[in-house]
Design a protein around this ligand. Structure first.
Ligand code: KIV
Ligand code: ZN
Length: 515
C-alpha cells in the first residue's frame, strides 16, 4: 500500500477564493485543526504577498509541530528571503517556489524564453536550498506545458536541490487520462526523478479536480494538493475530503492511502465553512448535509435491512455524529467542560466561562442542544475579534405587516460607553442595518447576506454571513444567535470590527516601516 502525502493549501489557494478573507486568529484556528486532521504539509500562505500573510505564516510555523508548514514564493530572492524569515522556526522548514512553464504563460505573462525560464528556476531553487532543507518546485500551468520541456526543467531543478516537484493543472483544463499520461511520461523520462516526490495540484474548472488528482496518484504522484471543501481560485481546488475518503474506501483499487485521521474531516469542514463563510452545499460528497440521507422508500428499506445496501461508508468514519442531544439545561459546568474538550476545545478558562454562559442561555430557549450547536458557540467565542470596537447590547425591532419596520439598538463602545439609535427600513434586517450604519458613521455597502440554520428545526440556531464594504474596504462577518435578527446584527457588527482591526493593524505596520 503506497502512502500518499496530503499537502493542504486551504490557507493559501483556498483563501484566494473570491470573497474569502481570513484574519490572523481564524487562520491559526484552521491550522490547528488541519494539524489534528493529520495533514503532512500545510501551506499557510504567501509570506511576501502582505504583512498580514507574513504574520500568520510565521505564527503557524511557530505553533504547528505535527505537520510540516510551508509558504509560497515566486522565483525571486526577495520572496525566498521573506519566506525564510516566516518559516525558519518551523519543525521542518519547507518552501514552495513556482514558475510558469507553458508556452502561453512564458510568452505573455513572464515574457521569457524557455532557456531563461530554466535558468531562473534553477537559480531560485539553488537559492532556496541554501536555506531550506525541503524545497518544493512547481511548474505553474504544467498541464498545458510541452512534455519534453517539462522533463528538461524538472531534471535541472532536481539537480539544483528540489525535493518535491509539483505539476499543477492551474486552469482546470486537463482530463484524467491526460494527467495520467503526463505523470507517467515524466516518471519515465526524467533520469533523476527518483530523488524527488511528484505532486499533483488540480483546479476544478471542468469539475474534474478530484478525478484528475486520483489519476495522477495512479500514475506516480506521491503527494496530493487539495483544500477543505474544495475552496479555491475560481471553481476551487480538489477537495481534500473527497480524495481522502476515495483512497480509503477504494484502497483495493488505488493500492494507496493517506495517513489522515478521517474522523476529523467533518469538524475541519465545518470550521472552514464557518470561518470562510463558504456554505457547504447539501449534496456535497462526504461533508454535505445530505451525504448520508436516504430519501426514497426503497433506499430506506434497504438501509434498515442492511446499511451496506446503499451506504458505502459510515458517517462515523468522517466524524459525522448522530447529532443527538448532548447536554441539557440542567447540565453542570463540569459535564459541559468535559464535552467541549471532547469536541476538541483547547481554549482558556475565560473562554470556557463565556461559552458556558452562551450554552445556558441557549438551553433556556432550545430543547435539544446538539454537538453542532456547541461547535457554533465554541467557534464564536474562540475566533472572535481580538478587539471588539462595537458590541451589541440590546436590539428591539418593531415589525407589522402594515407598519414601517423600526429597529432600536444599543451598542457598547468601550471607548465611549453605550450609544443608542433607531431607524426604519423596508424590512426588519434593513431597519437594523440602517440603524447600525448611523451608529458607526457609515456609509456601508451590503454586498452579500446569507442565512442558514444549524441542524434545522424551529428552535435551531441561526447563522448569518455578510459581506460589506466599509471605509473602502471589503470585509466579511458572521453572527450566530437563537434569533435571526440578532444573528443578522451580530454578523454586521463583526464585519465592522474586522475592518477597524485590519485598518489599525495596517496603520501600525506603516508606522513601524516608516520609523
Ligand atoms: O494553481 C497553481 O498553479 C498554483 C501554483 C502557485 C502552485 O496554485
Ligand atoms: Zn492553485
Amino acid at each position: 500500500m503506497r502512502k500518499i502525502n496530503v499537502f493542504d493549501t486551504t490557507l493559501r489557494d483556498g483563501e484566494q477564493s473570491a470573497g474569502v478573507n481570513l484574519n490572523f486568529e481564524e487562520k491559526l484556528e484552521i491550522a490547528k485543526q488541519l494539524e489534528r486532521l493529520g495533514v503532512d504539509v500545510m501551506e499557510a500562505g504567501f509570506p511576501a504577498s502582505s504583512q498580514g500573510d507574513f504574520r500568520s505564516v510565521q505564527a503557524i510555523a511557530n505553533t504547528v509541530k505535527g505537520s510540516s508548514v510551508t509558504g509560497l514564493a515566486r522565483s525571486v530572492t526577495k520572496d525566498i528571503d521573506v519566506a525564510w524569515e516566516a518559516l525558519k522556526k518551523s519543525a521542518e522548514p519547507r518552501i514552495h517556489v513556482f514558475l510558469a512553464t507553458s508556452p502561453i504563460h512564458m510568452t505573455y505573462k513572464l515574457r521569457m524564453t524557455p532557456d531563461e525560464v530554466v535558468r531562473t528556476a534553477v537559480e531560485s531553487v539553488k537559492y532556496a536550498k541554501a536555506k531550506f532543507p525541503q524545497v518544493q518546485w512547481s511548474a505553474e500551468d504544467a498541464s498545458r506545458s510541452e512534455l519534453p520541456f517539462l522533463a528538461t526543467i524538472i531534471e535541472a531543478v532536481i539537480d539544483a536541490g528540489a525535493t518535491v516537484i509539483n505539476l499543477p493543472d492551474t486552469v482546470g483544463y486537463t482530463t484524467p487520462q491526460e494527467i495520467g499520461n503526463m505523470f507517467r511520461y515524466l516518471t519515465e523520462n526524467v533520469p533523476n526523478i527518483d530523488r524527488a516526490i511528484l505532486s499533483t495540484h488540480n483546479h476544478d474548472d471542468l469539475g474534474m479536480a478530484v478525478a484528475n488528482s486520483l489519476a495522477a496518484i495512479q500514475n506516480g504522484a506521491g503527494q496530493v494538493e487539495c483544500t477543505m471543501n474544495g475552496i479555491g481560485e475560481r471553481a476551487g481546488n480538489a477537495s481534500l475530503e473527497e480524495i481522502a475518503v476515495a483512497l480509503n474506501i477504494r484502497k483495493d483499487h488505488y493500492q494507496a492511502d493517506t495517513g489522515l485521521t478521517l474522523k476529523e474531516i467533518k469538524r475541519s469542514s465545518s470550521l472552514v465553512s464557518k470561518l470562510t463563510g463558504m456554505i457547504v452545499p447539501s449534496n456535497k460528497a462526504v461533508v454535505g448535509a445530505n451525504a448520508f440521507a436516504h430519501e426514497s422508500g426503497i433506499h430506506q428499506d434497504g438501509v434498515l435491512k442492511n446499511k451496506e445496501t446503499y451506504e458505502i461508508f459510515t458517517p462515523e468514519l468522517v466524524g459525522v455524529s448522530s447529532n443527538r442531544m448532548v447536554l441539557g439545561k440542567h447540565s453542570g459546568r463540569h459535564a459541559f467542560k468535559e464535552k467541549i474538550v471532547e469536541l476538541g476545545f483547547n481554549g482558556t478558562e475565560d473562554q470556557i466561562q463565556t461559552i458556558f454562559k452562551a450554552f445556558k442561555d441557549l438551553a433556556d430557549k432550545k430543547k435539544d442542544v446538539t454537538e453542532d450547536d456547541l461547535f457554533a458557540l465554541m467557534t464564536e467565542a474562540t475566533v472572535g475579534e481580538a478587539v471588539a470596537h462595537y458590541e451589541l447590547e440590546a436590539l428591539q425591532v418593531n415589525y407589522g405587516t402594515n407598519n414601517i419596520p423600526t429597529a432600536t439598538i444599543t451598542l457598547n463602545v468601550p471607548s465611549e460607553g453605550t450609544i443608542q439609535e433607531a431607524a426604519t427600513g423596508s424590512g426588519s434586517v434593513e431597519a437594523i442595518y440602517n440603524t447600525l450604519e448611523r451608529m458607526i458613521d457609515g456609509p456601508v455597502i451590503l454586498e452579500d447576506y446569507r442565512i442558514q440554520s444549524i441542524n434545522g428545526g424551529r428552535d435551531a440556531l441561526a447563522e448569518v454571513f455578510v459581506k460589506i464594504q466599509y471605509d473602502g474596504v471589503e470585509s466579511t462577518g458572521r453572527g450566530t444567535a437563537h434569533d435571526v435578527l440578532e444573528a443578522s446584527a451580530k454578523a454586521y457588527i463583526h464585519a465592522i470590527n474586522r475592518t477597524i482591526n485590519r485598518r489599525a493593524y495596517n496603520a501600525e505596520r506603516m508606522k513601524q516601516l516608516n520609523a
